[in-house]
Design a protein around this ligand. Structure first.
Ligand code: HEC
Length: 129
């Protein structure tokens, strides 16, 4: 009788945990997000306000910014017309598989396999103003 009861409860619990991880909550991660950024994104993106000259748009203040809207950056038509506000959640979606999230994007990046790393780096970007 307990087994029948326990199974749905376990299902409910793992559902709740999955929700918690995919939510926008950002927790201190001992610099893990900064490390992921340096390893995976820093070759093309700067988070130093106003810095230019890299292959990708400057990402200082990207969270809350409209996609494809940084003045002076030559975006793809796809990014310019995506028409979303960047938040930690949709940045996680973008970097899962950029070509799937923004078909036709110029971002030549295959995607970041680890959901933990995606979450950490999106949280890191939220702190770069
Ligand atoms: C090899 C270069 C390269 C790498 C690596 C790269 N990007 Fe990009 N990224 C670009 C380019 C180029 C664009 C502009 C895309 C377009 O116009 O379609 C871009 C666009 C973006 C945008 C949209 C910005 C805006 O102003 O709308 C975000 C967010 C972003 N990248 C995040 C990341 C993150 C996070 C990583 C690391 C996990 C990363 N990128 C790795 C080149 C790169």
């Amino acid at each position: 009788m307990f087994t029948a009861l326990r199974l749905p409860l376990a299902g409910l619990l793992s559902f709740t945990l999955a929700q918690a991880v995919s939510a926008a909550d950002c927790v201190p991660d001992q610099g893990h997000g900064a490390q992921v950024f340096a390893n995976e994104c820093g070759v093309c993106h700067s988070v130093t306000k106003g810095a230019t000259g890299m292959m990708g748009p400057n990402l200082a203040g990207v969270v809350g910014r409209k996609s494809g809207s940084l003045e002076g950056f030559n975006y793809s038509q796809a990014m310019r017309t995506k028409n979303i506000d960047w938040q930690a959640e949709n940045i996680e979606q973008l970097i899962t598989q950029p070509q799937a999230y923004v078909p036709g994007t110029y971002m030549p990046y295959m995607g970041l396999a680890s959901a933990d790393d995606r979450h950490s780096v999106a949280c890191y970007l939220k702190e770069q103003h």
